[in-house]
Design a protein around this ligand. Structure first.
Ligand SMILES: *[C@@H]1O[C@H](CO)[C@@H](O)[C@H](O)[C@H]1NC(C)=O
Ligand SMILES: *[C@@H]1O[C@H](CO)[C@@H](O)[C@H](O)[C@H]1NC(C)=O
Ligand SMILES: *[C@@H]1O[C@H](CO)[C@@H](O)[C@H](O)[C@H]1NC(C)=O
Length: 236
């Protein structure tokens, strides 16, 4: 009996100091960096959570470990609430052309004060938050009434969208116009205007090219107003 007890205590004495001295903070899946995602801010929102919502660190903050953030390359953008990263200021990926934020997590084992610095990469997820804007407007062109149906008469319709990727694909469609300007009946000319809906078409929605879609008649109509809507397709 006595023999056994001595063996056990020697085993414990050797075992405990050994594991503790090796013990550093660990990332849950054993990787050397932490990668999480966060949506860019909608307006001035800073309440959005990361995905996953908590940093995958082994241990409980203030119980087994202490966690701290370090931003060696600039101003702090996050603070830590337990294991949750929370934004200090809104982030707009479109303004600053920002795709990710890199900083460091400093994790200290409470019982030994052993520190480990773990790189954290927060990837910014684009939110479709910018309406497209037409550039180089107004668009105007003069064509002959004899222009055959199918002819491209204008190809410089363009709207820009600040969002990236799938959120930045602009589509153009012709819609029925509203608020058509009055006919111009000043002396010497008679200018009858009509809405161009139906007379003109955009056959390739991603290209701002306008084609003639119906036979035109100068005696009847001298000016068409074509209303184009730019929309951004989104998978979100
Ligand atoms: C560990 O998790 C991160 C997400 O935080 C992931 O990107 C990475 O691929 C994972 N690594 C391993 C080895 O599973
Ligand atoms: C944003 O970065 C991309 C490459 O990551 C580059 O092609 C683009 O021109 C940049 N846009 C601005 C506005 O800086
Ligand atoms: C083009 O004209 C045809 C009829 O000729 C009509 O069915 C179609 O909707 C028109 N297209 C557009 C874009 O107005």
């Amino acid at each position: 009996m006595e023999y056994l007890w001595i063996t056990c205590s020697i085993f414990l004495l050797l075992y405990l100091p050994f594991t503790r001295s090796q013990g550093l903070c660990e990332v849950k899946n054993g990787s050397s960096t932490i990668i999480v995602d966060i949506e860019e801010s909608r307006g001035t929102s800073i309440s959005q959570e990361t995905v996953p919502p908590e940093l995958p660190i082994v241990g409980e903050p203030n119980v087994d470990i202490f966690l701290d953030l370090s931003f060696p390359k600039g101003v702090p953008l996050f603070f830590l609430n337990e294991k949750k990263l929370q934004l200090l200021t809104p982030i707009d990926r479109d303004e600053k052309n920002l795709s990710h934020i890199v900083f460091q997590l400093i994790c200290t084992i409470k019982s030994t004060y052993k520190k480990r610095t773990i790189p954290v990469i927060v990837r910014l997820i684009d939110v479709n938050d910018n309406a497209p804007k037409f550039i180089n407007t107004p668009y105007e062109t003069t064509i002959s009434e004899l222009t055959p149906v199918g002819t491209t008469i204008f190809q410089n319709v363009a709207a820009k969208d600040k969002d990236t990727g799938v959120n930045g694909l602009v589509e153009y469609t012709i819609v029925k116009g509203s608020n058509l300007p009055d006919d111009d009946n000043s002396i010497g000319r008679r200018m009858h205007s009509e809405d161009g809906y139906g007379y003109f078409a955009i056959n390739l929605p991603h290209q701002g090219q306008i084609t003639v879609n119906r036979t035109l008649d100068f005696e009847k109509t001298q000016r068409y107003y074509v209303t184009i809507v730019a929309t951004v397709s989104s998978l979100l």
